[in-house]
Ligand binder design. Structure first.
Ligand code: ZN
Length: 197
């Protein structure tokens, strides 16, 4: 099992439970008409955004600390900088996409789609992105650590578990200068970088 993402996986398990709970709570609110749909979904996505950012910060600090022995560099500002920048793998800005996801869910509910179905779809859409960005935050924290520790060379390690990245096989073991490391070639790629000493 690839341990590079072990903490990330633990955090994702927690986040997934949190999201499921929040969607259930929102469904109840919408059904009982406590708040209108827009108010309910706005609150839902606000809570999910805040909790996701809080947990991403833990993920980044954990990875950075593992590689440097401290985590001073990893602040909320550092994280928001990363999440507020267009990502080359996903092609979108995480923070900007939150409202698009909310609107998509709100519209399907308001257009009369079955609430359970709409919520399930919205959760899948949300979690897919949250999971991908949890990996990307982990990678970015590692890159920041390598940069700060003045690491010169890193080695591409292909995820050697049940989720082997077949498309990444040709990169396995390749050594790159830190400033020339290629980005991840596909979604859910769990290859990682290791310092060459
Ligand atoms: Zn890969």
């Amino acid at each position: 099992m690839n341990k590079f993402y072990a903490y990330t996986d633990k955090a994702l398990k927690y986040l997934r439970r949190f999201y499921v709970r929040e969607f259930n709570r929102t469904k109840m609110q919408i059904r009982s008409d406590e708040l209108n749909v827009i108010q309910s979904t706005t609150n839902l996505y606000d809570r999910m955004r805040r909790e996701t950012i809080r947990v991403y910060l833990l993920i980044a600090k954990n990875k950075y600390h593992e590689l440097t022995g401290h985590d001073d560099t990893i602040t909320e500002m550092w994280l928001l900088g990363f999440l507020g920048t267009s990502n080359p793998l996903t092609g979108y800005i995480f923070l900007n996409d939150i409202d698009r996801k909310r609107q998509y869910f709100t519209e399907s509910v308001m257009s009369g789609e079955n609430l359970d179905k709409a919520a399930k779809k919205a959760l899948r859409y949300w979690y897919g992105s949250a999971k991908q960005f949890a990996d990307l935050v982990t990678d970015e924290a590692a890159l920041q650590a390598f940069t700060d520790e003045k690491v010169r060379l890193v080695q591409w390690m292909t995820a050697a578990d049940e989720r082997v990245c077949w498309t990444c096989n040709s990169r396995d073991g390749n050594i790159y200068p830190l400033e020339k490391v290629p980005g991840k070639p596909h979604y859910n790629c769990r290859c990682y970088l290791k310092e060459v000493k």
